[in-house]
Design a protein around this ligand. Structure first.
Ligand code: URA
Ligand code: CA
Length: 437
Protein backbone atom coordinates (compact mmCIF):
# COMPACT_ATOMS: atom_id res chain seq x y z
CA UNK A 1 0.00 0.00 0.00
CA UNK A 2 1.19 3.51 -0.80
CA UNK A 3 0.00 6.55 1.10
CA UNK A 4 -0.11 8.55 -2.12
CA UNK A 5 -2.62 6.12 -3.67
CA UNK A 6 -4.88 6.27 -0.62
CA UNK A 7 -4.89 10.07 -0.57
CA UNK A 8 -5.75 10.00 -4.29
CA UNK A 9 -8.50 7.44 -3.72
CA UNK A 10 -10.14 9.59 -1.05
CA UNK A 11 -9.58 12.78 -3.02
CA UNK A 12 -11.46 11.19 -5.92
CA UNK A 13 -14.35 10.35 -3.63
CA UNK A 14 -13.97 6.60 -3.07
CA UNK A 15 -14.37 4.88 0.28
CA UNK A 16 -11.30 3.52 2.08
CA UNK A 17 -11.51 -0.01 3.47
CA UNK A 18 -10.54 -1.19 6.94
CA UNK A 19 -7.05 -2.37 5.96
CA UNK A 20 -6.34 0.96 4.30
CA UNK A 21 -7.56 2.98 7.28
CA UNK A 22 -5.55 0.81 9.70
CA UNK A 23 -2.48 1.30 7.52
CA UNK A 24 -2.89 5.10 7.55
CA UNK A 25 -3.56 5.47 11.29
CA UNK A 26 -0.85 3.02 12.35
CA UNK A 27 1.66 4.54 9.95
CA UNK A 28 0.96 8.03 11.23
CA UNK A 29 1.18 7.10 14.92
CA UNK A 30 4.43 5.23 14.28
CA UNK A 31 5.88 8.29 12.57
CA UNK A 32 6.17 6.54 9.20
CA UNK A 33 3.70 8.86 7.48
CA UNK A 34 4.67 12.56 7.46
CA UNK A 35 2.36 15.39 8.55
CA UNK A 36 2.06 16.74 4.99
CA UNK A 37 0.55 13.54 3.67
CA UNK A 38 -1.77 13.20 6.65
CA UNK A 39 -2.81 16.85 6.22
CA UNK A 40 -3.73 16.18 2.60
CA UNK A 41 -5.71 13.13 3.66
CA UNK A 42 -7.58 15.11 6.32
CA UNK A 43 -8.47 17.76 3.74
CA UNK A 44 -9.64 15.07 1.30
CA UNK A 45 -11.85 13.61 4.04
CA UNK A 46 -13.14 17.09 4.84
CA UNK A 47 -14.30 17.56 1.23
CA UNK A 48 -15.27 13.98 0.29
CA UNK A 49 -16.61 12.80 3.64
CA UNK A 50 -16.61 9.24 4.97
CA UNK A 51 -19.51 6.80 5.08
CA UNK A 52 -20.62 5.05 8.27
CA UNK A 53 -18.45 2.00 7.63
CA UNK A 54 -15.34 4.13 7.09
CA UNK A 55 -16.07 6.22 10.18
CA UNK A 56 -16.52 3.06 12.24
CA UNK A 57 -13.20 1.72 10.95
CA UNK A 58 -11.48 5.04 11.58
CA UNK A 59 -12.77 5.01 15.17
CA UNK A 60 -11.62 1.42 15.68
CA UNK A 61 -8.14 2.14 14.30
CA UNK A 62 -7.86 5.15 16.61
CA UNK A 63 -8.94 3.13 19.69
CA UNK A 64 -6.34 0.48 18.82
CA UNK A 65 -3.56 3.09 18.62
CA UNK A 66 -3.17 3.10 22.43
CA UNK A 67 -4.33 1.78 25.79
CA UNK A 68 -7.92 1.17 26.78
CA UNK A 69 -9.31 1.44 30.29
CA UNK A 70 -10.93 -1.50 32.02
CA UNK A 71 -13.59 -0.39 34.50
CA UNK A 72 -14.99 -3.88 35.08
CA UNK A 73 -13.70 -3.88 38.68
CA UNK A 74 -16.34 -1.24 39.50
CA UNK A 75 -19.73 -2.84 40.19
CA UNK A 76 -22.75 -1.65 38.17
CA UNK A 77 -23.29 -0.11 34.75
CA UNK A 78 -20.75 2.67 34.37
CA UNK A 79 -22.19 5.59 32.49
CA UNK A 80 -20.31 8.44 30.87
CA UNK A 81 -21.38 11.69 29.25
CA UNK A 82 -19.71 13.82 26.66
CA UNK A 83 -20.35 17.26 25.28
CA UNK A 84 -19.06 18.27 21.87
CA UNK A 85 -17.99 21.55 23.45
CA UNK A 86 -19.80 24.76 24.24
CA UNK A 87 -19.45 28.05 26.07
CA UNK A 88 -20.16 28.19 29.79
CA UNK A 89 -21.02 24.49 29.74
CA UNK A 90 -20.78 23.49 33.39
CA UNK A 91 -22.87 20.33 33.10
CA UNK A 92 -20.20 17.75 33.96
CA UNK A 93 -19.51 19.35 37.34
CA UNK A 94 -23.21 19.15 38.13
CA UNK A 95 -23.96 15.81 36.47
CA UNK A 96 -21.13 13.62 37.74
CA UNK A 97 -22.03 13.99 41.46
CA UNK A 98 -25.76 14.31 40.72
CA UNK A 99 -26.03 11.05 38.77
CA UNK A 100 -23.71 9.29 41.22
CA UNK A 101 -25.90 10.43 44.11
CA UNK A 102 -28.87 8.86 42.30
CA UNK A 103 -27.03 5.54 42.21
CA UNK A 104 -25.19 5.24 38.87
CA UNK A 105 -21.38 5.11 39.03
CA UNK A 106 -19.63 7.82 36.97
CA UNK A 107 -15.97 7.51 36.00
CA UNK A 108 -15.46 10.63 33.95
CA UNK A 109 -12.36 11.50 32.01
CA UNK A 110 -12.39 15.15 31.06
CA UNK A 111 -10.28 17.55 29.09
CA UNK A 112 -8.93 21.06 29.20
CA UNK A 113 -10.26 24.07 27.37
CA UNK A 114 -8.95 25.45 24.13
CA UNK A 115 -10.02 28.60 22.32
CA UNK A 116 -13.51 29.87 23.10
CA UNK A 117 -14.62 26.66 24.87
CA UNK A 118 -13.74 25.88 28.48
CA UNK A 119 -12.54 22.60 29.93
CA UNK A 120 -13.92 20.75 32.94
CA UNK A 121 -10.46 20.04 34.41
CA UNK A 122 -9.55 23.73 34.41
CA UNK A 123 -12.84 24.56 36.10
CA UNK A 124 -12.46 21.93 38.82
CA UNK A 125 -8.89 23.00 39.51
CA UNK A 126 -10.20 26.40 40.59
CA UNK A 127 -11.36 24.61 43.76
CA UNK A 128 -8.47 25.04 46.23
CA UNK A 129 -6.43 21.83 46.40
CA UNK A 130 -8.48 19.89 43.83
CA UNK A 131 -6.40 17.33 41.90
CA UNK A 132 -7.51 16.04 38.50
CA UNK A 133 -4.43 13.90 37.91
CA UNK A 134 -5.20 10.36 38.99
CA UNK A 135 -3.69 6.99 38.26
CA UNK A 136 -6.03 4.43 36.76
CA UNK A 137 -5.96 2.46 40.02
CA UNK A 138 -6.94 5.55 42.01
CA UNK A 139 -9.76 6.31 39.57
CA UNK A 140 -11.17 2.81 39.87
CA UNK A 141 -10.76 2.91 43.66
CA UNK A 142 -12.48 6.31 43.92
CA UNK A 143 -15.47 5.28 41.81
CA UNK A 144 -15.79 1.94 43.63
CA UNK A 145 -15.77 3.77 46.95
CA UNK A 146 -17.91 6.86 46.43
CA UNK A 147 -19.39 6.31 42.96
CA UNK A 148 -17.74 9.22 41.20
CA UNK A 149 -14.46 10.71 39.98
CA UNK A 150 -13.64 13.33 37.37
CA UNK A 151 -10.07 13.06 36.20
CA UNK A 152 -7.69 13.94 33.39
CA UNK A 153 -6.78 11.28 30.86
CA UNK A 154 -4.61 8.64 32.41
CA UNK A 155 -2.33 6.37 30.46
CA UNK A 156 -1.73 6.47 26.75
CA UNK A 157 -5.32 6.73 25.52
CA UNK A 158 -5.87 7.20 21.77
CA UNK A 159 -2.48 8.71 20.83
CA UNK A 160 -3.81 8.88 17.25
CA UNK A 161 -6.32 11.51 18.34
CA UNK A 162 -3.70 13.69 20.03
CA UNK A 163 -1.65 13.74 16.83
CA UNK A 164 -4.58 14.10 14.46
CA UNK A 165 -6.32 16.77 16.51
CA UNK A 166 -3.17 18.91 16.62
CA UNK A 167 -2.83 18.50 12.86
CA UNK A 168 -6.50 19.29 12.17
CA UNK A 169 -6.31 22.32 14.42
CA UNK A 170 -3.72 23.97 12.14
CA UNK A 171 -5.06 22.73 8.78
CA UNK A 172 -8.69 23.92 9.02
CA UNK A 173 -10.03 20.37 9.18
CA UNK A 174 -11.53 20.29 12.68
CA UNK A 175 -15.15 20.67 11.59
CA UNK A 176 -15.42 17.48 9.54
CA UNK A 177 -18.19 15.17 10.67
CA UNK A 178 -16.41 11.80 10.41
CA UNK A 179 -13.26 13.28 11.93
CA UNK A 180 -15.17 14.72 14.89
CA UNK A 181 -17.12 11.47 15.33
CA UNK A 182 -13.94 9.37 15.21
CA UNK A 183 -12.12 11.69 17.57
CA UNK A 184 -14.86 11.78 20.20
CA UNK A 185 -16.00 8.17 19.98
CA UNK A 186 -12.47 6.70 19.99
CA UNK A 187 -11.78 8.46 23.30
CA UNK A 188 -15.13 7.39 24.75
CA UNK A 189 -14.75 3.75 23.68
CA UNK A 190 -11.19 3.67 25.05
CA UNK A 191 -12.25 5.05 28.43
CA UNK A 192 -14.28 1.99 29.24
CA UNK A 193 -17.81 3.10 30.23
CA UNK A 194 -20.66 0.70 29.47
CA UNK A 195 -23.11 3.41 28.45
CA UNK A 196 -22.77 6.86 27.02
CA UNK A 197 -24.92 9.98 26.78
CA UNK A 198 -23.72 12.50 24.20
CA UNK A 199 -24.60 16.18 24.27
CA UNK A 200 -24.23 17.28 20.66
CA UNK A 201 -24.25 21.03 20.52
CA UNK A 202 -25.30 23.13 17.58
CA UNK A 203 -25.43 26.85 16.99
CA UNK A 204 -23.12 29.82 17.19
CA UNK A 205 -20.89 28.55 20.01
CA UNK A 206 -20.54 24.99 18.69
CA UNK A 207 -18.23 23.27 16.21
CA UNK A 208 -21.28 22.47 14.12
CA UNK A 209 -23.26 25.65 13.56
CA UNK A 210 -25.74 23.87 11.33
CA UNK A 211 -28.62 22.01 13.02
CA UNK A 212 -29.00 19.26 10.39
CA UNK A 213 -25.27 18.57 10.57
CA UNK A 214 -25.51 18.21 14.36
CA UNK A 215 -28.26 15.61 14.00
CA UNK A 216 -26.18 13.76 11.44
CA UNK A 217 -23.18 13.77 13.79
CA UNK A 218 -25.45 12.55 16.59
CA UNK A 219 -26.75 9.67 14.45
CA UNK A 220 -23.24 8.74 13.39
CA UNK A 221 -21.89 8.68 16.94
CA UNK A 222 -24.87 6.72 18.27
CA UNK A 223 -24.35 4.15 15.49
CA UNK A 224 -20.64 3.85 16.33
CA UNK A 225 -21.35 3.47 20.05
CA UNK A 226 -24.06 0.89 19.63
CA UNK A 227 -22.08 -1.12 17.08
CA UNK A 228 -19.21 -1.18 19.59
CA UNK A 229 -21.58 -2.67 22.17
CA UNK A 230 -22.08 0.46 24.31
CA UNK A 231 -25.58 1.75 24.91
CA UNK A 232 -25.43 5.22 23.40
CA UNK A 233 -27.93 8.08 23.24
CA UNK A 234 -27.35 11.58 21.87
CA UNK A 235 -29.23 14.71 22.88
CA UNK A 236 -28.92 17.57 20.37
CA UNK A 237 -28.92 20.90 22.19
CA UNK A 238 -28.88 24.57 21.34
CA UNK A 239 -25.58 26.45 21.80
CA UNK A 240 -26.62 29.73 20.20
CA UNK A 241 -26.09 31.45 23.54
CA UNK A 242 -23.82 30.41 26.42
CA UNK A 243 -25.25 27.94 28.91
CA UNK A 244 -26.24 29.40 32.26
CA UNK A 245 -24.98 32.78 33.37
CA UNK A 246 -21.33 32.07 34.17
CA UNK A 247 -18.48 31.83 31.66
CA UNK A 248 -15.14 31.36 33.40
CA UNK A 249 -13.66 28.70 35.63
CA UNK A 250 -14.36 29.55 39.29
CA UNK A 251 -17.54 31.36 38.20
CA UNK A 252 -18.78 28.15 36.59
CA UNK A 253 -17.93 26.06 39.65
CA UNK A 254 -19.99 28.48 41.70
CA UNK A 255 -22.85 28.10 39.22
CA UNK A 256 -22.54 24.30 39.37
CA UNK A 257 -22.72 24.34 43.18
CA UNK A 258 -25.80 26.55 43.03
CA UNK A 259 -27.39 24.13 40.55
CA UNK A 260 -26.65 21.20 42.86
CA UNK A 261 -28.54 23.15 45.54
CA UNK A 262 -31.50 23.66 43.17
CA UNK A 263 -30.68 27.36 42.77
CA UNK A 264 -28.96 27.31 39.38
CA UNK A 265 -29.94 28.99 36.11
CA UNK A 266 -32.98 27.29 34.51
CA UNK A 267 -31.27 26.33 31.23
CA UNK A 268 -28.33 24.66 32.96
CA UNK A 269 -30.69 22.81 35.29
CA UNK A 270 -32.88 21.70 32.39
CA UNK A 271 -29.91 20.34 30.45
CA UNK A 272 -28.57 18.49 33.52
CA UNK A 273 -31.95 16.89 34.24
CA UNK A 274 -32.35 15.83 30.60
CA UNK A 275 -28.86 14.37 30.19
CA UNK A 276 -28.91 12.92 33.71
CA UNK A 277 -32.34 11.34 33.13
CA UNK A 278 -30.89 9.51 30.14
CA UNK A 279 -27.76 8.51 32.06
CA UNK A 280 -29.90 6.91 34.79
CA UNK A 281 -32.04 5.18 32.14
CA UNK A 282 -29.04 3.67 30.36
CA UNK A 283 -27.57 2.67 33.73
CA UNK A 284 -30.78 0.74 34.45
CA UNK A 285 -31.75 2.91 37.43
CA UNK A 286 -35.11 3.82 35.91
CA UNK A 287 -37.33 2.80 33.00
CA UNK A 288 -37.65 6.17 31.33
CA UNK A 289 -35.73 9.49 31.31
CA UNK A 290 -38.72 11.29 32.85
CA UNK A 291 -38.47 8.99 35.87
CA UNK A 292 -34.75 9.68 35.95
CA UNK A 293 -35.46 13.39 35.99
CA UNK A 294 -37.79 12.98 38.99
CA UNK A 295 -35.16 10.94 40.79
CA UNK A 296 -32.56 13.66 40.14
CA UNK A 297 -34.86 16.42 41.40
CA UNK A 298 -35.39 14.46 44.61
CA UNK A 299 -31.64 13.99 44.91
CA UNK A 300 -31.15 17.75 44.64
CA UNK A 301 -33.98 18.58 47.05
CA UNK A 302 -32.74 16.15 49.72
CA UNK A 303 -29.24 17.66 49.68
CA UNK A 304 -27.62 14.36 48.71
CA UNK A 305 -26.44 15.74 45.35
CA UNK A 306 -24.49 18.49 47.10
CA UNK A 307 -23.19 15.96 49.67
CA UNK A 308 -21.90 13.78 46.81
CA UNK A 309 -20.17 16.80 45.29
CA UNK A 310 -18.43 17.46 48.62
CA UNK A 311 -17.40 13.81 48.86
CA UNK A 312 -15.94 13.99 45.36
CA UNK A 313 -14.04 17.20 46.18
CA UNK A 314 -12.60 15.64 49.38
CA UNK A 315 -11.69 12.45 47.54
CA UNK A 316 -9.73 14.54 45.02
CA UNK A 317 -7.92 16.53 47.73
CA UNK A 318 -9.96 19.73 47.35
CA UNK A 319 -11.43 21.93 50.06
CA UNK A 320 -15.10 20.86 50.27
CA UNK A 321 -15.96 23.94 52.35
CA UNK A 322 -16.38 25.78 49.00
CA UNK A 323 -19.80 24.12 48.76
CA UNK A 324 -21.04 26.12 51.75
CA UNK A 325 -18.85 29.19 51.37
CA UNK A 326 -18.50 30.26 47.73
CA UNK A 327 -16.11 33.07 48.71
CA UNK A 328 -13.43 30.39 49.20
CA UNK A 329 -13.24 30.14 45.40
CA UNK A 330 -10.77 32.45 43.60
CA UNK A 331 -12.25 35.94 43.32
CA UNK A 332 -11.58 38.49 40.58
CA UNK A 333 -9.72 41.67 41.55
CA UNK A 334 -11.79 43.92 39.28
CA UNK A 335 -15.51 43.60 38.66
CA UNK A 336 -16.98 45.86 35.99
CA UNK A 337 -20.59 46.13 34.77
CA UNK A 338 -21.33 46.24 31.04
CA UNK A 339 -24.19 48.72 30.61
CA UNK A 340 -26.71 48.40 27.80
CA UNK A 341 -26.19 51.23 25.28
CA UNK A 342 -29.84 50.87 24.21
CA UNK A 343 -32.99 49.11 25.35
CA UNK A 344 -35.10 46.32 23.88
CA UNK A 345 -35.31 42.56 23.99
CA UNK A 346 -32.26 40.33 23.64
CA UNK A 347 -32.56 38.80 20.17
CA UNK A 348 -29.17 37.17 19.95
CA UNK A 349 -26.31 36.54 22.37
CA UNK A 350 -23.39 35.14 20.42
CA UNK A 351 -21.85 32.33 22.42
CA UNK A 352 -18.58 32.27 20.52
CA UNK A 353 -17.99 36.00 21.02
CA UNK A 354 -18.63 35.69 24.78
CA UNK A 355 -16.29 32.70 24.90
CA UNK A 356 -13.58 34.70 23.14
CA UNK A 357 -14.15 37.69 25.43
CA UNK A 358 -13.72 35.43 28.48
CA UNK A 359 -10.62 33.92 26.90
CA UNK A 360 -9.03 37.33 26.41
CA UNK A 361 -9.52 38.01 30.14
CA UNK A 362 -7.49 34.85 30.81
CA UNK A 363 -10.32 32.36 31.42
CA UNK A 364 -9.33 30.24 28.41
CA UNK A 365 -6.34 29.25 26.34
CA UNK A 366 -5.29 30.99 23.18
CA UNK A 367 -2.80 28.18 22.60
CA UNK A 368 -2.10 25.02 24.55
CA UNK A 369 0.68 26.63 26.62
CA UNK A 370 -1.45 29.58 27.81
CA UNK A 371 -1.85 29.92 31.59
CA UNK A 372 -5.39 30.24 32.91
CA UNK A 373 -6.60 32.66 35.57
CA UNK A 374 -9.30 30.73 37.48
CA UNK A 375 -10.98 33.84 38.89
CA UNK A 376 -11.77 35.73 35.69
CA UNK A 377 -14.69 35.50 33.28
CA UNK A 378 -18.05 36.95 32.44
CA UNK A 379 -21.41 36.77 34.20
CA UNK A 380 -24.35 37.22 31.83
CA UNK A 381 -27.19 39.10 33.46
CA UNK A 382 -29.41 39.01 30.36
CA UNK A 383 -30.15 36.09 28.05
CA UNK A 384 -32.14 35.70 24.83
CA UNK A 385 -35.73 36.89 25.30
CA UNK A 386 -35.01 39.07 28.34
CA UNK A 387 -36.13 42.72 28.33
CA UNK A 388 -33.37 45.31 28.80
CA UNK A 389 -33.57 49.00 29.78
CA UNK A 390 -30.98 51.49 28.59
CA UNK A 391 -28.12 51.60 31.09
CA UNK A 392 -29.08 48.30 32.71
CA UNK A 393 -26.30 45.79 33.30
CA UNK A 394 -26.10 43.27 30.44
CA UNK A 395 -23.18 41.42 31.93
CA UNK A 396 -20.45 41.70 34.53
CA UNK A 397 -16.77 41.41 33.69
CA UNK A 398 -14.61 39.66 36.27
CA UNK A 399 -11.01 40.64 35.54
CA UNK A 400 -7.62 40.31 37.13
CA UNK A 401 -6.62 43.07 39.53
CA UNK A 402 -3.91 44.19 37.12
CA UNK A 403 -6.08 44.17 33.99
CA UNK A 404 -5.35 47.31 31.96
CA UNK A 405 -8.04 49.77 30.88
CA UNK A 406 -7.32 48.81 27.27
CA UNK A 407 -8.22 45.16 27.92
CA UNK A 408 -11.32 46.06 29.91
CA UNK A 409 -12.50 48.38 27.14
CA UNK A 410 -12.00 45.80 24.45
CA UNK A 411 -13.82 43.10 26.46
CA UNK A 412 -16.65 45.52 27.14
CA UNK A 413 -16.90 46.20 23.41
CA UNK A 414 -16.89 42.47 22.61
CA UNK A 415 -19.69 41.82 25.10
CA UNK A 416 -21.83 44.69 23.81
CA UNK A 417 -21.36 43.47 20.24
CA UNK A 418 -22.30 39.92 21.26
CA UNK A 419 -25.74 41.19 22.28
CA UNK A 420 -28.29 42.05 19.64
CA UNK A 421 -31.26 43.99 21.01
CA UNK A 422 -34.52 44.70 19.18
CA UNK A 423 -37.75 46.44 20.06
CA UNK A 424 -39.95 43.43 19.39
CA UNK A 425 -40.37 40.67 21.92
CA UNK A 426 -38.67 37.40 21.02
CA UNK A 427 -39.46 33.88 22.13
CA UNK A 428 -36.96 32.13 24.35
CA UNK A 429 -35.19 29.50 22.31
CA UNK A 430 -35.69 25.82 22.80
CA UNK A 431 -32.70 24.24 24.52
CA UNK A 432 -33.31 20.56 23.82
CA UNK A 433 -33.69 20.14 20.06
CA UNK A 434 -34.04 16.38 19.89
CA UNK A 435 -32.87 12.97 21.04
CA UNK A 436 -31.22 10.29 18.90
CA UNK A 437 -31.54 6.80 20.36
N1 URA B 1 -14.10 17.36 20.29
C1 URA B 1 -13.21 16.35 20.12
O1 URA B 1 -12.84 15.68 21.06
N2 URA B 1 -12.76 16.11 18.89
C2 URA B 1 -13.15 16.81 17.82
O2 URA B 1 -12.71 16.53 16.73
C3 URA B 1 -14.06 17.87 17.99
C4 URA B 1 -14.52 18.11 19.25
CA1 CA C 1 -22.35 28.47 32.60
Amino acid sequence: MRVYDLILKKRNGSALNKAEIDFLINGYVQGKIPDYQMSALMMAIYFKDMNEEETLNLTGAMVNSGDTIDLSAIPGVKVDKHSTGGVGDTTTIVLAPLVAAAGAPVAKLSGRGLGHTGGTLDKLESIPGFKTEMSLDDLVAAVSQIGVAVAGQTGNLVPADKLLYALRDVTATVDSMPLIAGSIMSKKLASGADALVLDVKTGDGAFLKDREAAFELARMMVAIGNRAGRKTVAVVTNMDQPLGAAVGNALEVKEAIETLKGEGPPDLEELCLTLGGWMLTLAGKCAHPDQGRDLLMKTIASGSALEKFKEMVRQQHGNDAVAEDLSLLPQAGKVVAVKAPSGGYVQRLEAEAIGLAAMSLGAGRENKDSVIDPAVGIMLNKKIGDPVQVGESLATIHASVDAQAELLNSVQKMVIEAYELQDVMVEKEELILGVVE
